[in-house]
Design a binder for this molecule. Structure first.
Ligand code: GDP
Length: 445
């Protein structure tokens, strides 16, 4: 990390400004070589966090822009950082970047600035992942969850659990080191209670993944039902566009049609399916098979029925195929006749007039995001979930052993639990995982 890295920090294209970022010991020296201040202050004397106007040498041409110096350790990376704010043209930024390379910097890799921040202790691994979630987030809920991770909310909870484990382990060590002393270092009953309480709090955190996962990857919703009940029409009404092809001929929606909407800030991915119709032709049967698989993997199924007709055999068959799935029974075509279908409805809509479509959205949200509190901490990433689950299982193991075997034996799973927790913050994560995480960032971040 003793070399100086540089990259264009802004996205490629034309814009108001483009920023070239340089980090590492010697960043200011790079600026000295290529920036000529308009004012009297020399680059070497720049006060940190102040924007200085001046001439940016871009090799074959010059730009007039700004330079700012962030002094280590109070910078994003924890190192000396210099930024050049030039005019937002691709070639201008490229010229400035090439000039930094000529002045001693080397091109940064993907996520290398953030990786340096992590290695310099400016943020935890979970925080860096939160930052990536914020940048890549496609819904408000995703960005909000990312910002909580970035703000070290999960890391704080994990570190608190680790601190308690450390305390427990210290008690065990004291017992082992000074067994002859007549002091009870570890009160078995208290220790067991302590482990149980800790496990309960971790369990709550892991349980939050049920909802947190949907925040991160979207809630998957499948519309199902026999052909012609109006599934494509309901989907279009939800999407507010004519994305799916609506046809009066039964069985025409052969493939899954996808679109996403945001309800309460959460992304819902919708897909229409071919009607679950027996005795259809080969192509249609393939669509039906695909529909079945989609239904299996869905968080929620909207079972669409024609409210103007009694349930047919086909409806009943389709309904039976959905057994055990989380489902909303949707009566459609209420503009025709709303009370002919005998299966009780969770919501009655008309895709044609748009009646009750907002209510349907609300019900979808309630069905999938029950208890979703925007301020609560959620586990949104599988990596964190896996580490927390492992720590939880180890705590349960220690709890079971506590009292029946010598303390140093139940201390083993406790120590392993501590290490599993450390994977969340990055303290005990291996290099391969760390590299994988930072490779998801773009160059310049
Ligand atoms: P799918 O096969 O279940 O996807 O059904 P479609 O969306 O293709 O609709 C089948 C037929 O029902 C089409 O002729 C639609 O225009 C009609 N339809 C859909 N929704 C409504 C509705 O709410 N009211 C009325 N009157 N007709 C509808």
């Amino acid at each position: 990390m003793d070399d100086v890295i540089a990259a264009v920090a802004t996205p490629p294209g034309k814009g108001g400004v483009a920023i070239v970022r340089v980090s590492g010991q010697g960043a200011l020296a790079v600026a000295e070589k290529m920036f000529t201040p308009a004012g009297k202050t020399k680059v070497a004397c720049f006060a940190p966090y102040r924007l200085y106007p001046g001439r940016i040498d871009c090799g074959g041409f010059a730009d007039f822009g700004l330079c700012v110096y962030f002094k280590a350790p109070h910078s994003f990376t924890g190192e000396d950082v210099v930024e050049f704010h030039c005019h937002g043209g691709t070639e201008i930024a490229r010229g400035a970047l090439l000039r930094t390379l000529a002045c001693g910097a080397r091109l940064a890799g993907r996520g290398e600035f953030t990786k340096r921040a992590f290695l310099n202790g400016k943020l935890s691994l979970a925080s860096a992942e939160g930052l990536a979630d914020m940048i890549n987030g496609e819904s408000e809920a995703e960005v909000r969850a990312g910002s909580m991770l970035y703000a070290e909310r999960l890391s704080a909870a994990v570190r608190a659990a680790q601190a308690q484990l450390t305390e427990l382990l210290a008690g065990i060590d004291a017992d082992m080191d000074f067994p002859e002393e007549d002091i009870e270092h570890t009160d078995l009953f208290t220790a067991k209670e302590h482990i149980r309480a800790l496990a309960a709090s971790l369990e709550e955190l892991t349980r939050s993944y049920g909802t947190g996962k949907k925040i991160g990857s979207g809630v998957s919703v499948v519309l199902a039902g026999r052909p012609n009940t109006g599934k494509s029409s309901v989907l279009n009404a939800l999407l507010g566009s004519d994305r799916a092809i609506v046809s009066a001929q039964a069985g025409t929606t052969r493939d899954a049609v996808e679109g996403s909407i945001e309800i309460g800030g959460v992304r819902f991915d919708l897909c229409d399916t071919a009607g679950l119709r027996a005795g259809a032709d080969a192509l249609e049967r393939e669509g039906v098979e695909r529909a079945r698989r989609r239904i299996e993997g869905a968080d929620l199924v909207l079972f669409v029925l024609d409210a103007s007709q009694p349930m047919s055999e086909e409806d009943k068959e389709a309904y039976a195929a959905l057994e055990g799935k989380k489902m909303l029974v949707v009566h459609n075509k209420t503009d025709l006749r709303a009370d002919a279908c005998e299966l009780p409805a969770d919501v009655r809509v008309s895709a044609l007039t748009g009646e009750n479509i907002p209510l349907l959205k609300q019900k979808m949200f309630d069905a999938c995001m029950q208890g979703y509190n925007t301020d609560a901490l959620f586990v949104t990433q599988e990596r964190h979930y896996a580490a927390l689950s492992r720590a939880l299982a180890l705590l349960r193991e220690a709890e079971g052993l506590c009292g029946s075997v010598p303390p140093d034996l139940w201390g083993v799973p406790l120590r392993e639990a501590w290490e599993a927790l450390g994977e969340v913050t990055g303290e005990t994560a291996n290099e391969r995982i760390i590299d994988e995480i930072f490779s998801k960032f773009c160059v310049g971040k």
